[in-house]
Design a protein around this ligand. Structure first.
Ligand SMILES: Nc1ncnc2c1ncn2[C@@H]1O[C@H](COP(=O)(O)OP(=O)(O)OP(=O)(O)O)[C@@H](O)[C@H]1O
Length: 273
């Protein structure tokens, strides 16, 4: 399904992503972990063509998406939806319109300028909101919703594109544990029910273990681990994070069961800074 071959992204002389390769044979839920600056976001941004690669190839269903231009590139970006840490909604716009914006580039500028959306599109947006349990929020301004609800609106906007791939860049990093769980459950359900490939950058180990079929660990732009959640032991995690013996699992936890102690929270701040 996906072949990543020797992909590199340089910023000046520094390699943010350094010659990485991996395959995804069939649709799965893949987590990418690593400390801040490891290259996780840069990789997702290259996949979505928000950032150009310096070298390498990313083939999706046999086609190198790194060389696509113009309409082909836009079509790929529509098949490969992206969800961001900060939701990226239009705060003053109502929730349904935010969701409809997922297909903005498929509709004429004039009709979208006057907020004229075909009934079928509106019904589809409402059905997606209903599926994600937030249909009753459809007419509210996005800014009036909680963080967890806003992220579900962002997921709904992504689903509006009917994407084959969902890229989530630290989707729960701004959320409290309860909302983080709701958002991760939502992403997992979308994968399970629709078989869409999900690749999520995650900053917490317990989330990666709990939700992913496969975890890729990045450090200094390179892949230093690629395995199952079971293989992601504390020792392995210590290597990925470049941490010493004082490394604490709870320091990277957002689970409700494992809220960090003050000491762990302090440690986490230092690790993730
Ligand atoms: N536009 C840019 N210009 C220069 N350097 C950049 C740019 N974007 C990223 N970098 C650098 O590339 C490296 C990888 O950054 P990236 O954001 O991909 O890491 P990350 O693992 O996603 O970390 P974080 O979780 O903090 O976003 C970092 O050293 C970062 O400073």
């Amino acid at each position: 399904m996906l072949q990543v071959r020797n992909v590199t992204r340089l910023f000046g002389t520094k390699a943010a992503v350094d010659n990485i390769s991996f395959d995804v044979a069939k649709s799965g839920f893949v987590g990418i972990i690593g400390r801040s600056g490891a290259g996780k976001s840069t990789f997702l941004r290259m996949m979505n063509r928000l950032t150009d690669a310096t070298g390498g190839e990313i083939a999706f269903e046999g086609r190198n998406i790194l060389t696509l231009q113009g309409a082909d590139k836009r079509a790929w970006q529509s098949q490969c939806a992206m969800i961001f840490q900060q939701f990226n909604l239009v705060p003053r716009m109502d929730v349904a319109s935010n969701v409809l914006h997922g297909i903005l580039n498929r509709r004429s500028t004039l009709s979208t300028m006057f907020s004229f959306w075909p009934d079928d599109d509106v019904l589809k947006a409402l059905a997606i909101l209903d599926r994600l349990g937030i249909a009753e929020q459809a007419t509210k301004r996005a800014e009036a919703l909680s963080g967890g609800q806003q992220q579900r609106v962002a997921i709904a906007r992504a689903l509006m594109q009917d994407p084959k791939v969902i890229l989530a860049d630290e989707p729960i990093a701004s959320l409290d544990p309860m909302n983080a769980q709701i958002v991760m459950d939502t992403l997992r359900r979308i994968h399970d029910e629709d078989r869409r490939l999900v690749i999520a950058n995650l900053h917490t180990l317990d989330t990666a273990r709990r939700y992913c079929d496969r975890v890729i660990g990045m450090r200094d732009g390179r892949i230093v681990f690629d395995g199952t959640p079971e293989q992601l032991t504390t020792g392995v995690a210590r290597d990925i994070y470049g941490a010493d013996a004082s490394f604490s699992e709870n320091a990277t936890s957002t689970s409700i069961e494992a809220l960090p102690s003050d000491a762990d929270a302090d440690y986490a701040r230092r690790m993730l800074a």
